[in-house]
Write a protein that binds this ligand. Sequence first.
Ligand SMILES: C[S@@+](CC[C@H](N)C(=O)[O-])C[C@H]1O[C@@H](n2cnc3c(N)ncnc32)[C@H](O)[C@@H]1O
Length: 385
Amino acid sequence: MIFELQPANLGELLEAYRKPQPASLRDAADSVPEARLDQTLSCQGTRLAQVYGSSWERLAAYADRGEVTLFSEDYRSRQSLDGAELLSRFNDFRSNGRPRVPEQLALRVSSVEDAVLMADRQRIYREQRHPDVLNYLLEDPLRVNIFDRTATRMDTEKYPSVWSPSIDTDLFRLAAKVIIESEQLDHIRNAAEIGCANAAIARYLVDSVSTSHLLLADLNPIAITCARETMSGSYLSMTTQVGEGMAALDEHSRREPFDFVACNPPYLPRPARAEPGACFPFENSAHFEGTQLFEKLIRNAHQFLAPGGRLLLNVSSLAFDALAAADAVALDSGLERRLLFTKRVPVKVYEFLTDAQWQSHLRDSLVEKDGYLWQQLLLLEYHKP
Ligand SMILES: C[S@@+](CC[C@H](N)C(=O)[O-])C[C@H]1O[C@@H](n2cnc3c(N)ncnc32)[C@H](O)[C@@H]1O
């Protein structure tokens, strides 16, 4: 499945970035715009072949409606094919005498304005006449995420324990774009992505700005293997570290402090466990729970950032109290904080959605609507003058 997201109100976000903001985080959250991303979902390769492999004429009809695209192997370039072109290429796509749907041939199955999820099945089904087909297509373990000039590819069957890009990830890439364009960043000496998972954000950063050195850190060792795959072909000097993100920043910033640190951290506060540490060695060992990582990063940013450096983070309104306390420490240490934009999105953590006790812990900040539990994401920058 190919998930392609495009900024729908970039001009508004760039303008808001230049404006002064209220000092209080809550007031700032009420005053900055919401980001909007439009989404195109396409199915490809094996899954496409399973549905349309013996009905090329139907594919050709879709191609005549402008819905068929042939991507390059790295998904960075593409050409639109009309029906005649598609059929004339049967021979190129032939294997063992039968036409073969190539991995990079894609059919658009849905376009969503102002997406709030990577796969908003409820909304897509309203517009789609074949939910069974769509269900099958959405289960494709191959996930390609395209934003701007960056395309990252992840085989979720090969890396089941690694967080795969969600709507947060592309909102984060959008936040990075706002900073890069507003500040006209064209070079970063020392960058890091903490809690990188498949490194979709880091790849966007190094594709967009020439970067001398990149540190990638994650608690999950498999994530680091997956991240190396994402970074292949980027030809930059890179250090990877399995372990606690704050410790990695501490260690590396002693040699050279950081100009740009990105972290889309876990942000769901959880009630204390009966036996703390019994299941996991760190509070944040699961992808999505706990607030420790972002608290530590915000509180210590003045130490690991170089003058002029910035920390970019994504935190949920569900963790507002922990965020506000860490924010006060950062401002006291001389950092400047800017809220880039907000976005209301549903919580999509199944463990949370099936845990009534965990939900009741956050009941004051959760909003229930349209069958989803909603949170507000805050995309934040801390800058060391
Ligand atoms: C919400 S996922 C975000 C992944 C990725 N950056 C993205 O946006 O798609 C959070 C990631 O942080 C990692 N993580 C959680 N706590 C961590 C910590 N204390 N140090 C390093 N990595 C951590 C998790 O293993 C997970 O891969």
